[in-house]
Design a protein around this ligand. Structure first.
Ligand code: HAM
Length: 442
């Protein structure tokens, strides 16, 4: 690699600058607000774990573990891996902290970067950002329904809308832009028989299937349902259906989840081919997809139940369910839908100084406004008044407070409304009230 390339962000990573950084912030704020209404508390786990956590948790035969992990050996010879997702890490942390011992439950949410060595394209990166939630210790179908409702609530709060019909229909503006897919994966009792039937089906149809799917007969037959190769899609349409193998408990569980979602007015599509890419799933799985502009990377978030994961990671049997939201894809979906997130980090006020002798006065006024809770900046570079106005524009300030010799002599400032371009004189002791007037209406 040339030196020039070494000093660029690595392939598949991106610097979050400007609107990308503000977008990630806005998603986190929305998630915090929405998830808090459902009783979730934050959790932050290390960005790297012992490799075993992911190998055991996600499954050796998955693409994520087999092909996509950033694994390295540390100086003491330990095998560590940058987290490709956060469910395994959160469950590892919950076991370690005894959060779910003696039938206790925990509702946890997280936000942060994940790492997968994938082929980068629009909506697919090697370092990407997820927001996620995990409900630990909950067995009842109501937990599944609440999880789906919370994820839907997040997207609807952002301004996306549900659609009736397939993902390809979702592009039409009057038909919403989100499709919710729902399926059940069965459990440790009923899935093995389906898995065997799938392996048999793949072997019987091996001639027409791609090499990868042929291999899957031995490694992970259910993943053949996920193959995008048109010939495989055709053949797999006739594959054995889990519905014919589900045990009574799984059937009843799924029926109750659906009944609750129906009663709550959630629009979804049953999709028996939705198997998701991680091996820990049991029973309910779900995914939100969008049509607009994301091509095959149209899954903006998804999740499911993982009732065997605690045991895989050395814990006692404990049910769990959760989801993760892809931040980049959600932001792309919002952009495609023409939704602009309000930037709460925006500077509200710019203090401009019209007289070099009053720079300290401007500085101290800025400090006083800040102490009173106003988001305010002033010039720190001895700029001309014209340049200060340009800076105020660039910062997106709604008001400019101008301090000049005249104003100072009269004990006040000129307050310029940047939208209406109107100016008025305001005495110093009325400035705060003038700047915050109307705040409570928003
Ligand atoms: P996942 O489906 O692998 O699930 O990822 C969740 C979301 O992360 C995807 O729907 C997608 O939006 C985003 N995503 C995944 N890979 C990439 C990538 N390379 N670039 C950009 N975005 C990406 C999980 O990770 C599970 N941990 C979800 C879960 C939580 N299940 C139960 N609890």
């Amino acid at each position: 690699m040339s030196t020039k390339d070494s000093f660029r962000a690595p392939k598949g990573t991106a610097d979050l600058l400007g609107s990308a950084a503000a977008g990630w912030d806005a998603l986190q704020q929305t998630a915090r607000r929405v998830f808090a209404r459902y009783g979730y508390a934050p959790v932050y786990t290390p960005v790297f774990e012992h490799t075993e956590v992911f190998a055991r948790g996600i499954g050796e035969a998955t693409d994520v573990v087999g092909k996509e992990m950033y694994t390295f050996t540390d100086r003491a010879g330990r095998s560590l891996t940058l987290r490709p997702e956060n469910t395994a890490g959160v469950v590892r942390a919950a076991i370690q902290a005894h959060l779910t011992d003696n039938g206790q439950t925990a509702k946890l949410f997280y936000a942060g970067p994940m790492f997968r060595y994938e082929r980068p394209q629009k909506g697919r990166q090697r370092q990407f950002y997820q927001l996620g939630a995990e409900a630990l210790g909950f067995q009842a179908p109501a937990a599944d329904a609440e999880m789906v409702l919370m994820l839907r609530d997040f997207y609807l709060t952002l301004g996306l809308t549900e659609t009736r019909g397939s993902a390809s229909l979702a592009a039409s503006p009057d038909n919403g832009n989100l499709v919710l897919l729902l399926n059940t994966m069965g459990c440790a009792q009923c899935r093995p028989a389906w898995r065997d039937a799938m392996a048999g089906y793949i072997r019987a149809h091996a001639d027409g299937l791609c090499q990868e799917c042929q291999r899957r007969a031995d490694t992970n037959p259910l993943r053949a349902l996920d193959c995008k190769n048109p010939a495989c899609v055709d053949i797999m349409a006739g594959a054995p259906k889990l519905a014919d193998y589900l045990c009574d408990d799984c059937r009843e569980h799924f029926a109750q989840v659906r009944a609750l979602l129906d009663a709550a007015g959630v629009v979804y599509q049953l999709d028996p081919t939705l198997v998701r890419g991680l091996d820990y799933y049991t029973r309910t799985v779900f995914e939100f997809q969008v049509a607009d502009g994301l091509g095959s990377q149209n899954a903006v978030g998804g999740g499911g139940r993982y009732d065997g994961l605690f045991e895989q990671l050395g814990g006692s049997p404990t049910p769990g369910i959760g989801f993760a939201i892809g931040a980049e894809r959600t932001l792309l979906a919002l952009e495609a839908a023409g939704i602009i997130l309000s930037d709460t980090n925006r500077t509200a006020v710019y203090v401009a100084c019209a007289d070099a002798d009053l720079r300290d006065t401007a500085f101290l006024l800025t400090t006083a406004l800040r102490a009173a809770g106003v988001s305010v900046v002033c010039d720190l570079q001895d700029k001309s008044l014209k340049s200060q106005f340009k800076a105020a524009d660039k910062a997106g300030a709604g008001h400019v407070v101008i301090i000049g010799a005249d104003e100072d002599a009269r004990g006040g400032v000129t307050l310029r409304d940047m939208q209406t371009k109107t100016e008025l004189f305001v005495p110093r002791d009325e400035l705060l009230a003038a700047l915050t007037a109307g705040d409570s209406e928003n």
